[in-house]
Write a protein that binds this ligand. Structure first.
Ligand code: ADP
Ligand code: MG
Length: 696
């Protein structure tokens, strides 16, 4: 094996053919090193079995039992049902997507070992789509002796099992490889921060043995994890330092504005802007008047009217004949913004275009041409679109809505995009407040504007918590609010990692409501529908032809339907506090409306879920919510989200790991003077940006 074996293409690893290779590319894995640094986001414990009598709904378990019943049935659509027992109780298994072969394999009398989240439906214990192994009880497979890592699969179709096998195969190469780390490892050793080399740390992280401290591992506090978390933080801190230096040397377009530039726009929006909105627009205008590239974050709670602020900034540029881009996390949101901007700018003589994954080739070409010529002044689209080459004549402002991507990776991308030209001004909009300490270190040069005022007439959304057993009551409630002319969302979430199950849950919720009420017009929107289907349902909801919109989290951010006054969230115990707050923010947007949010939960609420529900009942203030969120997390809860604090990180979580920042800062200051090591770190944690570093 050559010393650079970690750079060898991933298809040199056993089990990776062309198909798998392309699926791996989707999650950023091109070579062996990429695979080793795809780090688990959580772990499953399959080293032990739990008896059925001890199962707790809402949590994952490994269970074994004899198959006593198994059949295909048709509850509206084809489904599979099996029942097992271990002598202490019964457990039902349901599959909604399965092959004939799979159904057949559940033979009565055989045993099955399953792993999955237990649900409690009307006194029966169930599990949907568990992972499973069927065997003859005479040949019982041994239990695992390592924890099972769970990786983020993104849009890739690869299975967890396949990915684990590939990563384990990559790990086999690690001993013979030269990870080229002496100086980095040594820095850690010298500062007494970790005695583990990077190789040792990676081995433990991808396959922690039962002999390791499982509790620490599950809480991301194991020394191996600490080693990598700090390394990632160091890299980001170094990246901020390098890019800040670079940005300081660059210039942006000087964009003029005066009090009158937006006056016709202010007149044509259908309401008065709040003082906070006007103030923040002015802050932005003051920034973009300077040749120093703006990097400003607008924080404003859900519903505070951030879109209008973005529109003000964008129009200021357009009136100076300069182009802007508005980047959205979802297509639904891009379309909503496009509609709003088209109305708000109707009298402004400004060309606006929208680009999404579904824009037809012909149209794309036309837009492309008009972007190059400078005719189109405003481009609205999703991030993925922008990442592919979009060429513009004079891009002067990039607004990023709701995605909270303002990490080092994005900085580098932006710098790369504008190599020869001017750097565009950048504006980020988020409802999630960033803790001050983080803002000061990681986002060093980000200025912050706050929209600390809600549009007038907004009543707080009254939140209640309710057991799923009582959901029958909700139909009446839906009928009442819809007969009064309002509308409702019914949001379904199921098991993390499974979009198909979300869809299934939404389909059955729609059926359930429709069966119980003849008066309600129920619409359904989820990710499996195609664009025109999605569009027409959402359009029908917007114009009131649909009363109740059953949906999955596709509507999570940004969706704005002022007439909606009730939000029902199924399995609310599964969602994080900030997500719940975001979702609740979808209702009560019209003036003087009595809006409600009902959080439905299954089984018995755990302590942490209960604390979240209590917080939701107590306050509508996003800043308070995020404070409480931090406290709850601080008490040791491990969340799967690594997005918190606004960066895409591989293992670190800025909230969870904030206490490592001091150490990381100290090490960053040492390592920054070793260009080779900086290059290794950047390549590993941020991506291939050597040219930038070389040019520092
Ligand atoms: P968010 O900050 O969550 O992105 P939006 O920009 O979507 O909020 O605005 C929420 C709703 O409030 C929209 O329907 C918008 O038209 C409306 N809105 C925004 N500003 C005002 C205002 N000054 N007065 C009344 N309604 C407003
Ligand atoms: Mg918004």
């Amino acid at each position: 094996m050559k010393s650079n074996s970690l750079n060898s293409p991933i298809d040199e690893i056993k089990g990776v053919g062309p198909k798998i290779k392309s699926q791996l590319e989707l999650i950023g894995i091109n070579n062996v090193e990429d695979a080793l640094f795809l780090l688990p986001k959580s772990y499953e414990n399959r080293t032990k079995l739990t008896q059925i009598k001890d199962l707790i709904p809402g949590q994952p378990f490994q269970v074994e039992g004899e198959i006593i019943e198994s059949k295909i049935y048709y509850p509206g659509r084809r489904a599979f049902f099996a029942k097992i027992t271990d002598g202490t109780g019964f457990l039902q298994i349901r599959l909604f997507f399965f092959s004939q072969q799979q159904a057949k394999s559940f033979e009565k009398g055989l045993s099955v070992r399953i792993y999955g989240v237990i649900r409690n439906t009307g006194n029966k214990l169930e599990v949907f789509h568990p992972s499973y192994k069927i065997f003859n009880s005479k040949f019982r497979p041994p239990l695992d002796d390592t924890l099972t890592p769970v990786y983020s699969l993104g849009s890739s179709k690869i299975t967890q099992y396949r990915l684990r096998t590939i990563i384990l195969n990559c790990l086999k190469k690690i001993n013979e490889s030269n990870l080229n780390e002496q100086n980095i490892d040594k820095t850690f050793f010298d500062q007494n921060i970790s005695r583990l080399s990077i190789k040792e740390a990676l081995k433990i992280i991808h396959s922690p043995s039962v002999k390791d401290d499982i509790v620490k591992i599950k809480q991301f506090e194991h020394p191996a994890q600490k080693r990598l978390i700090i390394e990632e933080l160091i890299t980001n801190l170094i990246g901020v330092k390098i890019s800040t230096k670079k940005i300081d040397k660059m210039v942006a377009a000087v964009i003029d504005s005066n009090d009158k530039i937006l006056s016709s726009f202010y007149k044509s929006v259908p309401f008065d802007l709040t003082n906070a909105q006007i103030r923040v627009i002015k802050e932005i205008q003051a920034d973009i008047k300077k040749s120093k590239p703006m990097r400003r974050l607008v924080q404003g709670d859900v519903g505070s009217g951030k879109t209008l602020v973005a529109a003000g900034a964008i129009l200021t540029c357009a009136k100076n004949n300069l182009q802007s881009v508005l980047l959205c996390p979802t297509e639904v949101l891009a379309e909503q913004h496009f509609k709003n901007f088209s109305t708000w700018f109707a009298n402004e003589n400004v060309d606006i275009a929208i680009l999404t994954g579904k824009t037809k080739k012909k149209e794309w070409e036309k837009i492309d041409e008009n972007l190059r010529s400078g005719k189109i002044k405003v481009l609205i689209g999703t991030h993925s679109i922008f990442q592919e080459r979009v060429s513009m004549k004079n891009l002067s402002l990039v607004v990023v809505d709701e995605q909270q991507r303002f990490g080092v990776k994005q900085r580098f991308e932006m710098l790369q995009k504008s190599k020869e030209e001017l750097l565009p001004h950048q504006l980020f909009m988020t409802a999630t407040p960033i803790p001050r300490t983080l803002a000061m270190t990681i986002f060093a040069d980000l200025s912050v504007s706050k929209i600390d005022e809600m549009p007038p007439g907004r009543n707080p959304v009254v939140t209640s918590v309710m057991s799923n057993d009582k959901r029958d009551e909700l139909v009446k409630r839906l009928e009442v609010i819809c007969s009064e002319g309002n509308q409702a969302f019914w949001l379904c979430t199921m098991i993390e990692e499974s979009e198909s199950l979300d869809v299934q849950a939404a389909e059955s919720a729609k059926e359930w409501i429709s069966k119980r009420s003849n008066n309600l017009k129920v619409g359904l929107v989820h990710s499996k529908l195609n664009k025109s289907q999605k569009d027409s349902v959402i359009e029908n909801f917007r114009n009131g032809k649909v009363d109740v919109l059953v949906c999955t989290t596709v509507i999570e951010v940004g969706m704005d339907v002022p007439n909606a006054s009730l939000m029902i969230i199924e399995n609310a115990e599964r969602l994080g506090l900030s997500q719940l707050h975001q979702l609740r923010g979808r209702v009560g947007r019209g003036p003087n409306m009595d809006a409600h949010c009902v959080l439905l939960y299954q089984g018995k609420l755990g302590e942490i879920a209960e604390a979240r529900m209590a917080a939701m009942k107590e306050t509508n203030d996003g800043f308070k919510i995020s404070e409480i969120d931090m406290k709850i997390r601080g008490s040791g809860e491990i969340l799967g989200t690594k997005q918190s604090g606004g960066m895409e990180l591989k293992i670190a979580d800025l909230m969870r790991d904030a206490h490592h920042l001091d150490n990381a800062e100290e090490l960053a200051n040492i390592l920054i003077s070793y260009p080779n090591e900086v290059e290794i770190l950047m390549k590993r944690w941020v991506g291939n940006k050597q040219d930038l570093i070389a040019a520092q």
